[in-house]
Design a protein around this ligand. Structure first.
Ligand code: G3P
Length: 222
């Protein structure tokens, strides 16, 4: 089953009450079609959303710090308590150092949270896979928000990432993202060997996000 991870970022259309509405639409899509939707709202919206929907809610970022004298951090413990099921780590818009990525993965593991480590090319996918997160999501930064799908503009980065992960840590699943919007984008992403996509603007900025999601999932319906 294809996995669709919708990053809400900090768009106005996916903040607060709008985030909740969008998550409910994603839940409907998950129920009506054979796809697994994961929603990734801002931290302050996680609890309200996880209490209202029955699809996994992930955070956009998590710090590898524990309980104690830290200020302004996002802990795995607080995410778990808020009802999150996982977190993105090292998103292109929230880059971390290698040691911090490892600490974030370790923190998530100790609270039973899934991890999606974002990468920007095959070389970083290789390093991320060695840390054995649940997923690696490869996204060339220059295509993010461009509407030009990575599956068309740079299929090699997907093929190369899939091959690298298979070699290093075959249990790690590969996602891809950047510019993914339509059914054909999702279909080619899957054909190139990824398990699903990580996307944002094509759905969140659409005039009708439900229709946009229906278009997207049409790419994997028999
Ligand atoms: O996290 C998803 C993202 O960075 C891709 O963004 O707007 O190109 O789908 P977008």
């Amino acid at each position: 089953m294809a996995i669709i991870v919708l990053n809400f970022k900090t768009y106005r259309e996916s903040t607060g009450i709008e985030a909740l509405r969008l998550a409910e639409i994603c839940e409907d899509i998950s129920r009506e079609y054979s796809v697994q939707m994961v929603v990734v709202p801002q931290v302050a919206d996680i609890h309200a959303i996880s209490s209202a929907v029955n699809i996994p809610v992930y955070a956009q970022h998590v710090d590898g710090v524990g309980f104690g004298g830290f200020t302004g951090h996002v802990t795995a413990a607080s995410l778990k308590a808020a009802g999150a099921a996982g977190s993105l780590i090292n998103h292109s818009e929230r880059r971390l150092k290698l040691a911090e990525i490892e600490a974030s993965i370790t923190a998530c593991r100790s609270f039973g949270l899934k991890t999606i480590v974002c990468t920007n090319n095959v070389a970083t996918t290789r390093s991320a896979a060695a840390l054995e997160p649940d997923f690696v999501a490869v996204e060339p930064p220059e295509l993010i928000g461009s509407g030009i799908p990575v599956s068309k503009a740079n299929p090699e980065v997907i093929r190369g990432s899939v091959a690298a992960v298979k070699d290093i840590a075959p249990k790690v699943a590969v996602l891809c993202g950047a510019g993914i919007t339509h059914g054909e984008d999702l279909r080619s992403a899957i054909e190139l060997g990824s398990e699903g996509v990580l996307l944002a603007s094509g759905i969140i900025k659409a005039a009708d996000p439900r229709k946009a999601l229906e278009d997207l999932v049409s790419g994997v319906l028999k």
